[in-house]
Write a protein that binds this ligand. Structure first.
Ligand SMILES: *Cc1c(COP(=O)(O)O)cnc(C)c1O
Length: 428
């Protein structure tokens, strides 16, 4: 499938039925799989043969969908997880343990920021956060001898900053560690981080990949390009025998193409069990089949809404990298030539009150803590996710009280703009 255009992979990747087999991906709703002899099953446990034995580790339905996502990203292997949070934790924890260190962009999803700065800190993994706009010198200064990975988001949720992937990859590689990129908002339809030097890609498939608000999920994808053995001192988990798995050395046995995902499955999924249900994987695949068609419309609606807002007298500012005056426009032209996403954020001049009134008058855009859905939705962080903060604290954090994040869905762009126009008229 790697030779086909992304549009074809979205529709047909990952699963190739034989004669008389189901055309649609079968939902293998079974926890377990049968074998004729204990010897047959023993080979699976020794990782000597590949096959299914228990759906906490692997399930055929989930693997078909993971293979499609791997092909879309141009990677060599992928796994599904039960959520985007699990995907990011697995990607990081597959590389580091107590006493190690991570360099991360400060402009990332709040849940991932908590994961790294609070929960992983409790596990003894330290982190240094750097601005995505930092210079190469500032970025290099964040590394320590125990740094094991660099992390950033192609388009950050909710800040909408665009990551200079080549800059972050160069710094990571000069320190002998991989770059992990969360590609949730761009999706492989609009950006393939591996083409720019990233080594591991993660997704919250809950967002555009599912796209219908139907199933929470995540994915981890390996480019197969990082040479673990060349940095064996940094990655003992991949480059020395795993006593919990019959002494296998993942980087030797599965090579650069397979080591990362095999270890992630055999160790982390085995022990932590953040596995998606086959039914959820099936829903995710339905979303993937139209991802390329939907992304184009999300971007078209995002662009027209951003342009309309930017020209409106009651709007103080708009963040959308598709606008020529946006701070991230040049990076978007390089990394996101086909479009970015449907999420736009803007600030109303009237602050918190105006934001509340505006959102009360919207008829099409529902108020939700969700983004990247077929249905347009919006959120005022000051009155919801960040409501414990004062107006002063909010502006210091770069989230003014009047800020609204709107995730443009797949409705008619004209209807969306008409709805926004009438709601803005109602704001004093
Ligand atoms: C939503 C989101 C996550 C977390 O994903 P869940 O599926 O909600 O666990 C991680 N990264 C980004 C960029 C997100 O938007």
């Amino acid at each position: 499938m790697n030779n086909y255009h992304p549009e074809t992979v979205c529709v047909q990747g990952g699963y190739a039925p034989g004669n008389g087999e189901p055309r649609q991906i079968p939902i293998i709703q079974s926890t377990t799989f049968k074998y004729a002899t204990s010897e047959d099953m023993g080979k699976l446990f020794d990782l000597e043969a590949s096959g299914y034995f228990y759906s906490r580790l692997q399930n055929p339905t989930c693997d078909y969908v993971a293979a499609k996502i791997a092909a879309l990203e141009g990677g060599t292997a992928a796994m599904l997880t039960s959520s985007g949070q699990a995907a990011n934790f697995f990607a990081l924890f597959n590389l580091c343990s107590c006493g190690d260190h991570i360099v991360a962009s400060s402009s990332i999803y709040g849940g991932t920021f908590n994961l790294i700065s609070v929960t992983m800190a409790k596990m003894g993994v330290e982190a240094t956060f750097v601005s995505p706009d930092c210079t190469a010198e500032e970025l290099n200064a964040a590394f320590r001898p125990n740094t094991r990975a660099v992390f950033g988001e192609t388009i950050a949720n909710p800040a909408l900053t665009v990551l200079d992937i080549e800059k972050f990859a160069a710094a990571a590689h000069s320190h002998g560690v991989p770059l992990i990129v969360d590609n949730t908002f761009a999706t492989p339809v609009n950006c393939r981080p591996f083409d720019w030097g990233a080594d591991i890609v993660t997704h919250s498939t809950t967002k555009y990949m599912d796209g219908h608000g139907a199933a929470v999920g995540g994915a981890v994808v390996d480019s197969g390009k990082f040479d673990w053995m060349a940095h064996a001192d940094k990655f003992p988990g991949l480059c020395t025998p795993d006593e919990s798995y019959h002494g296998v050395t993942y980087a030797e046995k599965f090579g650069t193409e397979g080591a990362f995902i095999t270890k992630c499955t055999a160790q982390l999924m085995r022990d932590l069990g953040s596995t998606p249900s086959p039914q959820s994987a099936f829903y995710l695949n339905l979303g993937l089949e139209s991802l390329h068609v939907r992304m184009a419309r999300h971007c078209e609606n995002g662009q027209s809404v951003a342009e309309f807002l930017a020209a409106h007298p009651k709007v103080a500012s708009v963040s959308y990298c598709g606008l020529p005056e946006d701070k991230y426009h040049a990076l978007a032209e390089k990394y996101l030539p086909r479009g970015s996403c449907g999420v736009v954020s803007f600030e109303l001049k009237g602050g918190r009150e105006a934001a509340g009134a505006f959102m009360r008058h919207l008829k099409l855009a529902a108020i939700e803590t969700h983004v990247a859905d077929a249905r347009t939705c919006c959120l005022n962080p000051a009155s919801s996710t960040h409501r414990q903060m004062t107006d002063e604290q909010l502006s210091a954090a770069g989230i003014p009280a009047g800020l609204i994040r709107i995730s443009c869905g797949l409705e008619s762009g004209e209807d969306l703009i008409a709805d926004i126009r009438q709601a803005l008229e109602a704001v004093v």
